[in-house]
Design a protein. Structure first.
Length: 106
């Protein structure tokens, strides 16, 4: 389970205006190459998951999937949101490191 401070970092990025929320906004952001990290909620529609994973793979963008108990919509205060794109490189790196323990965004 993702700890509250990890979800808080996602919420902070959202409040700072450094994210795009929802499938339409994220799809547009991917095509404009604005997104640095894609966050998907477990349970997202299979077609949407495949779409975003494919876009991430083609554009070399990292993605993470939050478990059902780690509520993305609660972290940002927008009910029903299953997709969030982080547009700021530093936020993306920090969130990815906290969620995956990775070395950052390339």
């Amino acid at each position: 389970m993702v700890s509250n401070n990890k979800l808080a970092l996602i919420g902070l990025a959202f409040k700072a205006g450094k994210t795009l929320a929802g499938t339409a906004a994220c799809e547009k952001g991917m095509k404009q190459r604005r997104i640095k990290l894609m966050i998907l909620q477990e349970g997202i529609a299979l077609s949407s998951k495949k779409l975003f994973e494919g876009l991430c793979a083609r554009n070399g963008i990292k993605s993470v999937v939050l478990k059902k108990e780690d509520r993305l919509d609660e972290a940002i205060g927008r009910p029903g949101i299953m997709v969030l794109g982080v547009t700021d490189r530093r936020f993306a790196e920090a969130i990815h490191n906290k969620l995956q323990g990775g070395s950052g965004i390339e």
